[in-house]
Design a protein around this ligand. Sequence first.
Ligand SMILES: [Ca+2]
Length: 443
Amino acid sequence: MKKYLVTLLAVLTLGSGVASNAAPASTSAGLQLVAEGLTSPMSFVALKDGGALIADQIGVVRYLDPKGTLSETPVLSVTNRLSAINHGTFDERGLLCLAPHPGFEGNRRIFAVYTAPRRAGAPTNYDCTLRLSEFVLPAGNPPHIDPASEKIILEVDKPYFNHNGGRIAFGPDGYLYMSVGDGGGPVGCDIGEGHAPEGNGQNLKTRLAKILRIDVSGPDPARGTPYRIPSDNPFADGRDGLPEIYAYGVRNPWSLSFDRGGSHELFVADVGQMRWEEVDIIRKGGNYGWPLREGFEGFNRQHPEQAPTSRPEKGLRGETLLDPVAVYKNVSAWRNDPEALGISVTGGYRYRGKAIPELAGTYVYGDWSGAQGSPQGRLFAARPSADNSPWTVELIRVGRPYGCVVAFGEDNDGELYVLTNGSTGLTPGRGKVWKLVPAAAKN
Ligand SMILES: [Ca+2]
């Protein structure tokens, strides 16, 4: 009997040791509240004066002054320029991102992305238009943007309300990068009205499901656009694909950030369908697989919850499909699996700050809600591997609830901010911004 028990224990121990299903390691940190009273903060822009601009999904930008006081008067309001949004209930539309030009201190140019009403000429059954605009933020205190300074730069027609992407950042090359989702829809899978048969991810004649790169240093009179095409964009001549495309095969790229250190790589977190949430390092011309792949797997467009039976290696032009650097399982398909960490990835930044040495060099990000309909987001750190194997995903434990993880921000010192919403909808007053701090300094 004893021998049986010992053998059984050995089998159980061995079983848990060799199985891939294991709860992830964790790192401790803290969250320090820096702003509250928002609805759903989407973007945090650190200013040189030590203050910050916070863009709220409902269409307003607020100023957090260097003393930590949030202005009552908005810096900018575009509420009357937004498409309809579902106040109170879940929505992915609204004001999505804000990014200053690299020469902002001199030229005061600042860029924003929001969902606008369907533009003239768009298919009449489409939902809205994703709009990238430029504004001017004159020097002065308190900061104020005249909405009349708006100049529309680029628009993408959206068949459905969801999968907008709409995240922007300037690269070390000075060009503006923008993520655009696959267009969304009731069943996902890059299928349905407004989706190419092969999926928008694999169709190079649509800006949906892409990472775009444009040069906003001036207009291109020949093209009639207020921006130029960088001459080394992969489809710059427009023959095989749209000239704005920098990379493709993404589903709902909900973050876009450049590593402020190292070789300044471009990180994008791509929200998955039902099985995998992923983080990609984006290469010029790269095909990240959607909807041929999800995570490291193939993808079954008819039964997205099921393990796919094949894994394509190549795209339609014979190009190699690129793998993510980090993944975690989505609870939608992997119920009761300790490795299933959430439902929708929210991308962040590679941590190059000094305050939390344990996180040095990791990619800090999170999961929106942990599970459908519950505002119990998660925070993660993906730690680079020594070789080319996937980065290890660790939980960041902060010892307090914080709601849905909507977005992340980075300040001038490389310290990070977590933008949260205490509800899964757009409920006034539930949005907060926290600074990620060492565990000992929490609260
Ligand atoms: Ca992918």
